[in-house]
Design a binder for this molecule. Sequence first.
Ligand code: PEP
Length: 252
Amino acid sequence: MRKPLVVGNWKMNGDKALTESLCVGIASRSNRLRNIDIVLCPPFPFLYLADACLKKSTVSLGAQDLDANTNGPFTGQVSASMLNGHNCKYVIVGHSERRVNNAETDQLVSRKTQIALEHHLIPILCIGETTEQRKAGQTEQTVIHQLQNVIDHTGIGAFNDIVIAYEPIWAIGTNITATPDQAQEIHSLIREQLRQQDKKIANDCRIIYGGSMKPENARELIAQTDIDGGLVGGASLNSDDFFLICQAALSD
Ligand code: PEP
């Protein structure tokens, strides 16, 4: 059985006060969510504070990105070992906003995934198609290409320690959530791609959905056979909404 996972990606939002209230708002109720894994990914400057607020809870800390290098002259970048130093357990790699806004290529995403693994961070590998690609009937090939690029770099065995997030770009921050059928179709395709390379990894690997997940639609999405939780952006900035999404995952 795959343990459900719900991840909050705050993106470039919040301040110290919000960090404290969101962390405490979830951590104080986390004893009611013991059968799922919960991860909060604040912006880098708030990792220290978030770590302190989450200390006595079962909620884990994650980062939104990392650099592909271990250290050196990379002004403004943050390394895997720095994330280790803040007790991060997870790190998002290849989020579409970084692929688009920061021109991150499949190759760079693969290198980031590898460096995260080498530092015992669990990569949350984001893959997904644009509106244009979906309209052109290229969803499957896009997603498989993005996934296979990482498999070819890390080896299939690494997927024992990787979470995949299917995030159709047209659904991110748009309030246009993929229907449960649309999402399940691609999750099942992703799992099949893993299965062709390793059956056990395909069965065990968690594939979470991201794209306008809300308390109102989370239950039905996560109830799908191949959807193991959610990567939540906007709704993770409200602790009550995020808690309701976690509860929806719990009852799956
Ligand atoms: C995301 O940032 O990964 C995301 C899914 O955002 P939202 O939930 O706001 O669509």
